[in-house]
Design a protein around this ligand. Structure first.
Ligand code: CP
Ligand code: NVA
Length: 306
């Protein structure tokens, strides 16, 4: 049966660890002079309903560096579910390429693509989650701390798609996960219940608090993301009124562990969820984290097509 990569929660801790090990290996191989063409003649269709820098460029380069190729399909081009039904797009594209990566609004759209495609489908972000980001995040934490086990990861801000995938990967791999944000922007209950099970299995913990200071105390990782995600633009003003106490600034970072790292999936809204001083400061891992998308995604694609 074909394998998809739709959610971190679909994979076991050992499967995730194996993919991360492969990402480490492929990253080293690239540094040592270049990757082996393990995806020779393999092609990817990249379907986008939303804008992207990192996802688009890193998947395209991942395919090329492994000997394959990728085709970018913009929101206007295929009109997923508008010009043509998702089921029809999935079946047509399955005859042209070897793997699909899709960035969608409704999570159900990527599930539908996976249901109808004969080839693997990778979720490149939906309103519910962002599993490829989580793999790059785990790789970044591993590189900094050597493990995820018993690392304290605190997500400061909106309980959004990125927070959900981060919570899944943390609880799968034994990191303690805390989220803090204003009332009305909590993480989905259903995701919390799923993650609680993973936490019980790995021996990690999940915690939620409105108190940002309590949340970051003893944190090894402070993670933040935009207050207003793609598709929520009309709520921006309302959100900008309640999120400022949850800004990741120097004084907040100083309340965490002294060796804490700061992460952000990017794009950053400097002066809102994160200050320039933090984004460009010594605790920041923003750019190595963004670069790790390339290596993590190579491992995902190689695993699905292996
Ligand atoms: N972090 C991330 O997914 O960035 P893009 O929206 O630029 O792809
Ligand atoms: N939460 C953000 C992530 C962007 C990569 C969004 O969905 O817009």
């Amino acid at each position: 049966m074909k394998k998809d990569f739709i959610a971190v929660s679909d994979y076991s801790p050992s499967e995730l660890q194996t993919m991360l090990d492969l990402a480490v290996k492929l990253k080293q191989e690239l540094k040592d002079g270049g990757n082996q063409p393990i995806l020779k003649n393999k092609t990817m269709a990249m379907i986008f309903q939303k804008p992207s820098l990192r996802t688009r460029v890193s998947f395209d380069m991942a395919m090329r560096q492994l000997g394959g190729d990728a085709l970018y399909l913009s929101p206007n081009e295929i009109g997923l579910g508008k010009r043509e039904s998702i089921a029809d797009v999935a079946r047509v594209v399955s005859g042209y390429v070897d793997i699909i990566m899709a960035r969608v609004f409704e999570h159900d759209h990527v599930l539908k693509l996976a249901q109808w495609a004969d080839i693997p489908v990778i979720n490149g972000l939906s309103d519910y989650n962002h599993p490829c980001q989580a793999m790059a995040d785990a790789l970044t934490i591993l590189e900094n701390f050597g493990t995820l086990k018993d690392i304290n990861v605190t997500f400061v801000g909106d309980g959004n798609n990125v927070a959900v995938s981060l919570m899944f990967i943390c609880t799968k791999l034994g990191a303690h996960f805390t989220q803090t944000g204003p009332e009305g922007y909590d993480m989905p209950q259903e995701a919390i219940q799923i993650a609680q099970k993973f936490a019980d299995e790995s021996g990690s913990t999940i915690k939620f608090t409105r108190d940002v200071h309590e949340a970051v105390k003893n944190s090894h990782v402070i993670y933040t993301d935009t207050w207003t995600s793609m598709g929520q633009e009309e709520e921006a003003k309302k959100r900008e009124a309640v999120f400022p106490p949850y800004q990741v600034n120097e004084s907040l970072v100083n309340e965490a562990d002294k060796d804490a790292i700061v992460m952000h999936c990017l794009p950053a809204h400097r002066g809102q969820e994160i200050t320039d001083a933090v984004a460009d400061g010594s605790h920041s891992r923003l750019f190595p984290q963004a670069h790790n998308r390339l290596h993590a995604q190579k491992a995902i694609v190689a695993t699905l097509l292996g």
